[in-house]
Design a protein around this ligand. Structure first.
Ligand code: NAD
Ligand code: IPM
Ligand code: K
Ligand code: MN
Length: 361
C-alpha cells in the first residue's frame, strides 16, 4: 500500500466544516480500498492565527508546505478583516510562490442535482466542462499602486502582467487536457478587442501552441460573449482556458449553472511536480451559513478526489466520484441543491456508499 502525507489548512468560515468532512470521507475510502494510507497534518493558518500573530502564515511557509505530498485547503476570508489582506496573506501567498500555475475546475451536473439549464426549451444537454484557469499572473500580479491617497486626484493602478512563458505553459496544459477528453474541444477565452496587449499575446500563443495539437478542435471567444454561450449553448463547450480573473468569474457562473457553488471543486496544480499541489473548493468562507452545519461538503470532497487522482490513485478517485453521484441520485442533498440534508448527513451518506461500493469489489 502506498502512503501519503497531506497538510490540511481549513482556515476560515465554513472551511473547517467542509475540510473535516472531506478528511472523514478520504479515511473511509482508504479503509475500504486498502490500496493506500494517508495521514493529514493540520496547520491552523487563517484569520484566528493572524489576530494572534499579526500574519496569516509562518515565514517559512513554502518550506513547510514542501514537506507534504499535497495540500488540502478550505477557505480564507473573514468578515472583520479586509479581503485583500486575508487573501494575499494566505492563499495568494501560496498559489504564486509555489508556481501552482494551472487551476483546474471541472464542472458537471450530477444526476439528482438540478441544473439551472436542465429545463430550458433549448433541450440543453447536461454540462460537462473543464475550466482551466491561469493561476499565477494576469490581473492577479499584485502590481500597481496608489498615489495622492485620499485626494480628489488620487490615482490607483492595477497592472495585469502577461508573460510569454506564463501564457505558453497554461496554453500547452489546456491543449493537452482537451486532447485527453473525448470531445477534444478547446475554447480560448480572451478580451482581445479592447485589451490590445496581453490579450492579443494570448491569441497569438494559442495559435502557436495549437499547431502541436492538430487533433484538438479549438475556437476563440471574447469573454462577454462567452457568458451568453455558456447559458444558451452549454453543449457546445468542453475544455475552456482563460486568464486568472476571467476564469475566476466564469468558474463561479459555471458552478451555478451546473447546480451550485457547493459542488464546485478545484485543483491548483504545479504540473512540473516540483511543488505539492493544492486542492480546495471553488467557494469561499460563506459567512451566511458558517457554523450552522449546513454547508455542502461535496465541493471539498470532490477536490479531495481530484487530489487522490493527482497523487496516482485513479481507481480510488473513481470509486469516490461514484459514491458522490450515487448519494446525489438518492436525493441526499444540502439546501443549496434544494435538499434538506445537513453537512454531516451528506458526509455520512457518502461514507456508507463507500462501504457498499467497497464490499462489492
Ligand atoms: P462564497 O463562496 O463564500 O459564498 C457565496 C454564496 O455561496 C453564499 O451565499 C454562500 O452561502 C454560498 N456557498 C458557498 N459555499 C457553499 C457551500 N459549500 N454550501 C452551500 N452554500 C455555499 O463567496 P463570497 O461571499 O464572495 O466570499 C466570502 C469570503 O470568502 C470572502 O472573504 C472572500 O474573499 C472569501 N473567498 C475565499 C476563497 C478561497 O479561499 N479560495 C474563495 C472565494 C471567496
Ligand atoms: C477563488 C477565489 C480567490 C480568487 C479569491 C478569494 C482571492 O475567488 O479561488 O476563486 O479570486 O482566486
Ligand atoms: K476555497
Ligand atoms: Mn473565485
Amino acid at each position: 500500500t502506498r502512503h501519503y502525507n497531506v497538510v490540511s489548512i481549513p482556515a476560515d468560515g465554513i472551511g473547517p466544516e467542509v475540510v473535516s468532512a472531506a478528511i472523514e470521507v478520504i479515511q473511509k475510502l482508504a479503509q475500504v480500498s486498502k490500496s493506500f494510507t494517508i495521514e493529514f497534518e493540520h496547520i491552523l493558518w487563517g484569520t484566528a492565527y493572524y489576530k494572534e500573530h499579526g500574519r496569516y502564515v509562518d515565514e517559512n511557509v513554502l518550506e513547510v508546505l514542501r514537506r507534504y505530498d499535497a495540500i488540502l485547503f478550505g477557505s480564507v476570508g473573514a468578515p472583520d478583516v479586509p479581503d485583500h489582506i486575508s487573501l494575499w496573506g494566505l492563499l495568494l501567498a501560496i498559489r504564486g510562490p509555489l508556481q501552482l500555475y494551472a487551476n483546474v475546475r471541472p464542472v458537471r451536473t450530477f444526476p439528482g442535482t438540478v441544473s439551472r439549464l436542465r429545463d430550458t426549451k433549448s433541450g440543453a444537454p447536461e454540462i460537462d466542462w473543464l475550466v482551466v484557469r491561469e493561476n499565477t499572473e494576469g490581473e492577479y500580479s499584485g502590481h500597481g499602486g496608489r498615489s495622492h491617497r485620499g485626494q480628489k486626484w488620487e490615482v490607483a493602478t492595477e497592472v495585469a502582467i502577461f508573460t510569454y512563458v506564463g501564457i505558453e505553459r497554461i496554453m500547452r496544459f489546456a491543449f493537452s487536457a482537451a486532447q485527453a477528453r473525448p470531445k477534444k474541444l478547446l475554447t480560448v477565452v480572451t478580451k482581445s478587442n479592447s485589451m490590445r496587449n496581453g490579450m492579443v499575446l494570448w491569441d497569438e500563443v494559442a495559435l502557436e501552441v495549437s499547431r502541436d495539437f492538430p487533433d484538438v478542435k479549438w475556437d476563440k471567444m471574447l469573454v462577454d460573449a462567452m457568458t451568453v454561450r455558456m447559458v444558451n449553448f452549454p453543449g457546445s463547450l468542453d475544455t475552456i482556458v482563460g486568464t486568472n480573473l476571467h476564469m475566476d468569474i466564469l468558474s463561479d457562473l459555471a458552478a451555478a449553472l451546473a447546480g451550485s457553488l457547493g459542488i464546485a471543486p478545484s485543483s491548483n496544480l504545479d504540473p512540473t511536480g516540483k511543488n505539492p499541489s493544492l486542492f480546495e473548493p471553488v467557494h469561499g468562507s460563506a459567512f451566511d451559513i458558517t457554523g450552522k452545519g449546513v454547508a455542502n461538503p461535496v465541493a471539498t470532497i470532490w477536490s479531495a478526489a481530484e487530489m487522490l487522482g493527482w497523487l496516482g490513485e485513479a481507481e480510488a478517485k473513481d470509486t469516490l466520484m461514484k459514491a458522490i453521484e450515487n448519494v446525489c441520485t438518492a436525493g441526499v442533498l444540502t439546501a443549496d441543491l434544494g435538499g434538506t440534508a445537513n453537512t454531516k448527513e451528506v458526509t455520512r451518506a457518502i461514507c456508507e456508499e463507500l462501504e457498499k461500493l467497497g464490499s462489492r469489489t
